[in-house]
Design a protein around this ligand. Sequence first.
Ligand code: NAI
Length: 246
Amino acid sequence: MRLEGKTAIITGGANGIGLAAGRRFAEEGARVILADFDEQAGREAEEQLKADGLDVRFIRVNVADRESVDRMVEEALNATGRIDVLVNNAGITRDATLMKMTAEQWQQVLDVNLTGVFNCTQAVAAHMTERGSGKIINTSSVSGVYGNFGQTNYAAAKAAVVGMTKTWAKELGRKGINVNAVAPGFTMTAMVAKMPEKVIEQMKGGISLRRLGQPEDIANAYLFLASDESAYVHGHVLQVDGGIMM
Ligand code: NAI
């Protein structure tokens, strides 16, 4: 049990990678808070994992809204008394090429993928600093490292997540808080499933392992960074992408 006795908040935990991580973390002994905007999927996920005997609780949150985040963290602390791990996993896409991207598309993605990460970390780091320990795991993307066609907003936010990860590693390391990021490659969730089959096939051709990632591939990387095994890994961006670019 690699997370025995630990409490983990996973944002965007109702679907996709976040849900897979919720299951993995709970299987390893963690008490898991699935914090998500999607109430229906969140309740279903909670029910499903509880039926498998796992210690999971859903709390609704909009990570882009600071008051909502503060309420979620308070509720989590009331329920569990401590937060050991925060996985900033919630994210959205609103793709369009530079010339076609609307101000709204730009702003929506920055609000969730960038400000959302700041909001959750600031709220949780206050508690972790008091306790002198914690693990913060951010979610970047290969799009944030290499750029991606049609993703000005998303690539900008995900590159900024790398900058914040390294900054927080420098600021929070001395307080006993470990900060790292995972940069997933193309992973088979709703985010990718909405792409045309032809585009998905083309994507596979550019991946050394010749397959898309599964949510569990990313969840296992989160698990490593959440566990004591990664105690001396700090300020690192772990690419989990099947060898998309090297
Ligand atoms: P997904 O769309 O399956 O799940 C995202 C979750 O975030 C959903 O449950 C959604 O309700 C939640 N969410 C969205 N806005 C929210 C908000 N304002 N407040 C709270 N929750 C909110 O996506 P997926 O693929 O599981 O993505 C997880 C993370 O991995 C995201 O940060 C994404 O950008 C990143 N990523 C995904 C890749 C992929 O190919 N699927 C590639 C690289 C990064």
